[in-house]
Ligand binder design. Sequence first.
Ligand SMILES: [Mg+2]
Length: 372
Amino acid sequence: MRPPLRIDSAELRLVRLPLVTPFTISTGTMHDKIFPLLTLRADGIEGYGEGVMDPLPDYLDEAIPGALALLSEVLLPSVIGRNFANPQAVQAELKPWRGYRMTLATLEMAFWDLWAKSLDLPLMTVLGGDAAGVEVGVSLGIAPVDVTLGRVADHLAQGYRRIKLKVKPGHDLGLLQAVRAEFPEAHLTVDANSCYTLADTALLQRMDDFALDYIEQPLAWDDIHDHAVLQQRLRTPICLDESIRTPADARKALQSDASRVMNIKVGRSGGYVESLRIHDLCAAFDVPVWCGGMLEGGIGRAHNIHLSTLPNFRKPGDVSSASRYFHRDIIEQKLETAAGLMPVPLAGPGIGVTLDRDFLDTMTLETRVFRA
Ligand SMILES: [Mg+2]
């Protein structure tokens, strides 16, 4: 049996990376990616986690100011200087807290990286996954139809295995008609980010004509029931994203047939322990999962790739090339896809990437240090 790991210290940065292209979805436009980056230290080893909450609560009901406060004032002081026998022990420490799933995930994910490094193993190995690379699709933000047609052609030519189109009222059926006419064979999906209601059922039923792989999160971000009602009226499978924050959410969605495909985001679901449970529940219902993206920097992207090596990740994920988003990333390795596959980063144990510290320093807005 290996000895427990004592968390000696932590560093919490707030980082801002400008986006190559502003990213527009039904809830608004993002110009910069701003995120907390957490480093945990033990025995001279560092583990990294990246928060996926937005600056304001416009994707889910969680945002950066609350995340920084909870980490600084409660979560980090509660784990620093203490021994943990495994990542599950850290998760048990976090479990009593309600909500703040993204904040809890930031800390839990950093510990998993630290733990895998202390075992000198790739993170995917300690999670139970195994792959040389993972299948990737691309998520295209809202843009004029002719611009989107060009982007679809470009990404299909690069080998992306699935094209996801962000939609919103007034930018949906016409877009689908144009894209499907030009790309009859492409694997297409749409993501509404919760911009419709059951009153839009007739419009959503017309999406059945476009042979979509699935419709992602059409209804409210905190709903499961109405999605189950809608699924009864659609041929196209529904895929839930925002609505799935816990294994209980996943179980309810699966039992009520509200989600015939599921998007798992480890950074949204409280971390790996809960994401593994969601993965296994979906497998038990024979529902395929895929890994969604939150425009992560290199640390979050590396975590997503390792998670995507688990066996029920049977649909292409959103872990596309970092260069689509950033001119320069905060890690030394380039996370780039080739022929629709993203190689698993293995430049060392854990998440298999190393920080580009000089560049990270220039992109850091503030740093807080915590010691026992
Ligand atoms: Mg989504």
